[in-house]
Design a protein around this ligand. Structure first.
Ligand code: MN
Length: 735
């Protein structure tokens, strides 16, 4: 056949199912491709254009696709192998044709390496996801089919490699798309190169008996036909032989010889009603001897995917066993088209099934039957993997990530150590930012360094996958243990205040083990660390300790009443005031060692503040800021009390966190609280509480209770808050 004859045949094939196809476009696509590939030869010596022509023929014959698909099939190699560009194709034909050709070229460029099963599944998904338009993958499969049909001229190495790819990628995709015939052919062609000996054995054995088999098939089919007609059961009978690869797999899996395979032949009887299915079964078992244990009723008990049929294996009259499948027309369509047929029947209000996700498959199949093909197929978009993205590692592994994933997600999906040591990322060889959104087929490379500081808390917001976020959280839990303990401790102590239990009582060896038992932690540090990284909350801890704490509080009050001799009324009923622990709080009290120190609640001093102490009755020294109204110079002179003011100073061993509060006066606007939280978080400030009081004139005041390291940290926080638009004034409350 000459090239032009080959083209004429293509036009005829298209005309037969789509008389209104755009033959002008198809012809000019053919002519453009012929010119572009001019001088190029295939491995067998023929002109290159014979290949695109053959691919277009498959696209038309097997898939009955629209004009643009036929044109794109003719042009499918011009971007990859000639000077032609997307722009050019777009101008000459249409942007759709250009997109289709480019889509096919992209798939052609993907390099496969054989991997374990999970990797292959990811590759298949990536291919489908990359196709975006279903027609791209259909043209690509047709391309592969023709290449497999003409594989004999390739080197043995290439034959093996392509066959493996076909077996692992393209045959399963064809199956998924409901293209059984193409799938079988791809499998058989692949087997031919992957196991030439095994393949030849099957083919030659089948070949040797071909006449015998054909005769057997015809005779059996006629027998069944005749009997069913006599009984006036409306039916159709089909006979088929298993294809070589399916026989091969059975022999291999079940370790059987060809003769031992029962269902080399299968007949299918399609009838009108479920009742007839069982009638036919009776007839078959009457005609032939059933083989025990081979009957399966998938009508009574359908397969999980909805498949229904009666299966039985019987012994033919001349000793050849064969399988018979009996089903109704509806069951038949479901078996052939899977979920797509389900959908169709659900529309008619008969069956049930999964739609939505597979709707495009349904439309694809409808399109193959219907007349107004083009309209449908144009709207086909692949959204099957819309929530996933598939990218390559530098060595060709496919990582399957959440759609919208960033290099951070990728790094943590490789290994948490990769994420924790990441200092940069490259996509397709170029440096990108950490919030870059990965696309299908991207090759992603993570740059790591031993000296990396580890993840930043901002990464938690950038990462799209819960896996990455939880790994980042893990890192903070482990690496920032000190910080977590300090934060957790501050939160716990703040919460404890409400219960009126002093820290020193919690630390008491008589109380501590019981309290820890309530929260199931081995030590206070463990509890603090857990609160600090967010695995547990101070509120919960205190809640669980409630009963125990109440007992301790009562005990504490009784002790105090007994020990402290006060002039005037004993203050047993006075509510227990929050207290802070001793001098390891970082306070040096002049002339006194080891005395109880608490920070006054009115002005909440922090390290770095100028401070002064006041000796209370029974509560040790209360520390005020020097500028606190309650410690104002005139108050220090109140007769009878002068002697109780005492000089205090900060030691060198201050704690890592001190509770204090801030008042932020602002003009209320949306997202103000968000900005305030952001300022607190960027300054690493632990927030104990935030309250907002609004006033009528759209102004308001935030009262922040926070833990800080000292006055420098506090100043930093105040500066940050002051920079927020809408914030008018930030002050430390006192007095
Ligand atoms: Mn090609």
């Amino acid at each position: 056949m000459t090239i032009d004859e080959q083209y004429e045949q293509l036009e005829q094939t298209v005309r037969a199912y789509n008389p209104s196809a755009d033959f002008d476009q198809i012809r000019s696509a053919y002519e453009f491709a012929k010119k572009s590939h001019e001088g190029q030869k295939r491995k067998d010596g023929s002109d290159y254009i014979t290949h695109p022509l053959a691919v277009a023929q498959i696209v038309a014959e097997e898939l009955r696709l629209d004009s643009e698909s036929i044109s794109a099939a003719l042009l499918h190699d011009v971007i990859e192998d000639t000077e032609a560009t997307h722009e050019q194709l777009s101008k000459l034909f249409s942007s759709t044709v250009a997109d289709l050709v480019e889509g096919v070229s992209k798939l052609t460029r993907i390099q496969y390496a054989t991997k374990e099963d999970e990797q292959m599944e990811n590759l298949r998904k990536m291919l489908i996801a990359m196709s975006k338009d279903i027609r791209v993958i259909l043209i690509k499969i047709s391309d592969r089919l023709h290449n497999m049909r003409t594989m004999e001229y390739q080197s043995p190495q290439k034959q093996k490699q392509k066959s493996l790819e076909t077996m692992e990628i393209y045959a399963p995709i064809s199956h998924r798309l409901g293209m059984q015939r193409i799938k079988w052919e791809l499998e058989d062609l692949s087997l031919k190169y992957l196991d030439p000996v095994g393949f030849q054995e099957i083919v030659s054995k089948l070949g040797a008996k071909q006449a015998e088999y054909d005769e057997f098939m015809n005779r059996t089919q006629a027998q069944i036909n005749q009997r069913l007609s006599e009984l006036e059961i409306h039916h159709k009978v089909y006979g088929r032989m298993k294809h070589p690869y399916s026989i091969y797999r059975k022999m291999f899996n079940q370790n059987k010889s060809l003769d031992e395979i029962f269902d080399l032949f299968a007949f299918r009887v399609v009838v009108d009603t479920v009742g007839d299915c069982y009638n036919v079964l009776g007839v078959i078992h009457d005609l032939y001897k059933p083989i025990l244990g081979r009957f399966k009723d998938y009508i009574g008990t359908p397969k999980p995917n909805g498949y229904q049929s009666l299966h039985t294996t019987v012994m033919g009259n001349d000793g050849i066993p064969f399988e018979v499948q009996i089903r109704t027309q509806e069951m038949h369509e479901i078996a052939e088209y899977g979920v797509a047929a389900h959908w169709k029947y659900k529309q008619n209000g008969q069956g049930a099934g999964t739609e939505g996700k597979y709707e495009w498959v349904r439309r694809l199949l409808e399109n193959q039957e219907g007349a107004d093909a083009e309209e449908y197929i144009r709207s086909l978009k692949i959204d099957m993997f819309a929530d996933e993205v598939f990218v390559f590692t530098p060595n060709g592994d496919v990582q399957n990530l959440t759609a919208g994933a960033t290099p951070i997600d990728f790094a943590y999906s490789v290994h948490s150590a990769v994420g924790n040591h990441m200092v940069g990322a490259k996509v397709n060889g170029r440096i990108v930012t950490f919030d870059y959104t990965l696309k299908n087929g991207d090759i992603v490379e993570i740059i790591t360094s031993k000296a990396a500081k580890g993840p930043s808390r901002d990464w938690m917001k950038v990462a799209k996958s819960s896996e990455a976020r939880s790994k980042i959280r893990q890192w903070f839990k482990k690496e920032k243990k000190e910080e977590n303990i300090a934060n957790g401790r501050a939160a716990f102590e703040a919460e404890l205040k409400h219960c009126g239990v002093p820290m020193k009582d919690v630390l008491d060896q008589e109380n501590l083990p019981g309290l820890l038992k309530r929260v199931s932690y081995g030590s206070l540090d463990e509890l603090y660390a857990s609160i600090g990284y967010g695995g547990f909350t101070a509120q919960k801890a205190v809640n669980r300790m409630q009963g125990e704490l109440q007992r301790i509080a009562k005990q504490h009050q009784m002790d105090k009443a007994a020990v402290v001799p006060v002039e005037g009324t004993p203050d047993v009923v006075r509510p227990v005031v929050p207290k802070r622990v001793k001098s390891e709080q970082g306070i040096i009290v002049e002339g006194l060692d080891n005395c109880l120190v608490k920070f006054s609640k009115c002005c909440t001093p922090v390290p770095g503040d100028e401070i002064i102490g006041f000796i209370t009755r029974g509560y040790g020294v209360s520390v005020h800021r020097a500028d606190c109204p309650n410690a104002a110079p005139e108050r220090r002179k109140i007769p009878g009390q002068e002697g109780r003011w005492i000089k205090v100073s900060w030691g060198s061993d201050t704690n890592e966190s001190y509770p204090t509060s801030l008042e932020v006066v602002c003009k209320d606007r949306s997202n103000l609280l968000l900005d305030i939280s952001a300022a607190l978080s960027t300054t690493n400030t632990f927030v104990v509480g935030i309250q907002f009081h609004s006033t009528q004139d759209q102004f308001g005041m935030f009262h922040l209770e926070i833990n800080v390291r000292g006055s420098q940290h506090l100043r930093e926080v105040m500066n940050k808050l002051n920079q927020i638009s809408g914030v008018l004034k930030v002050t430390r409350p006192a007095g």
